[in-house]
Design a protein around this ligand. Structure first.
Ligand code: 13P
Length: 250
């Protein structure tokens, strides 16, 4: 049975008190369920609290961003070393919201991936096409460019890819499981060319974009999809637990 990962991207949601209530609710709902590695990616302001609260659980901690320099005069930024210091194992890099709203380029993302890998964090590297790109049949070209430029010159041992079609994020629209599988297989082929096939075969590839308890099973049963990166539906512990349990209690 393939190993699965489900990561919660809380985006800019939850205070520390809300995070505390969430974890208290989620913990018992996941008791005894070990088929899936679960990663919680809260805002920076919840990391210190969660690093302590998750210490004696199986849940892993991830951040949503970092800056590539180790330290210095970079007002408002957070380094890989600081995230490690907070107990993070993972960090989301290259999310489409950051590409679109904060103007992150493939070159910025390349520096961030290098800095995360160099510090021993595992990047969750997001790629995906916009709606006009999809309608123009550019999906493969876009993800190939994002992968090539993002990974250029890097030799990351550990990496997670999240394939998130931008038009499916927060819209209630999904890629069909077959389309998502097709692109995830293509991503794995690109990773094989970047390094080698056995490494590429071991890289978890997550699908993201309006994942819910009702559709999670249809994605994870695809051969090249190893789990999901979940936004909106991860904010409610009851719903998120159903996703992590692959809706199999229903
Ligand atoms: P939604 O699950 O809200 O569509 O968000 C997906 C996402 O952007 C996860 O990173």
């Amino acid at each position: 049975m393939k190993r699965l990962m489900i990561a919660a991207n809380w985006k800019m949601n939850k205070t520390v008190a809300e995070a505390a209530a969430y974890i208290k609710d989620l913990g018992p709902r996941l008791a005894g369920w070990d088929r899936v590695e679960v990663v919680i990616c809260p805002p920076f302001t919840c990391l210190a609290y969660l690093s302590d609260a998750l210490k004696h659980t199986e849940l892993q901690l991830g951040a949503q961003n970092l800056f590539w320099e180790p330290k210095g005069a970079f007002t408002g930024e957070i380094s890989a070393e600081m995230l490690l210091d907070m107990g993070c194992r993972y960090v989301i890099i290259g999310h489409s919201e950051r590409r679109q709203m904060m103007g992150e380029s493939d070159q910025d993302i390349n520096r961030k991936l290098g800095s995360a890998g160099g510090a021993g964090l595992i990047p969750i590297f997001c790629v995906g096409e916009t709606l006009p790109e999809r309608e123009d049949s550019q999906t493969r070209n876009v993800v190939q460019r994002q992968l090539e430029q993002g990974l250029a010159g890097l030799d990351l041992q550990e990496l997670v890819i999240a394939y998130e079609p931008v038009w499916a994020i927060g819209t209630g629209l999904n890629a069909s499981p077959a389309d998502a599988q097709d692109t995830c297989k293509y991503i794995r082929d690109c990773l094989g060319r970047h390094r080698d096939e056995s490494w590429a075969a071991a890289v978890p590839i997550l699908y993201g974009g309006s994942v819910t308890a009702l559709n999670i099973q249809s994605f994870v049963e695809q051969p090249d999809i190893n789990g999901a990166l979940v936004g909106g539906a991860s904010l409610d512990p009851e719903h998120f637990a159903r996703i992590v349990r692959l809706n199999m209690d229903a």
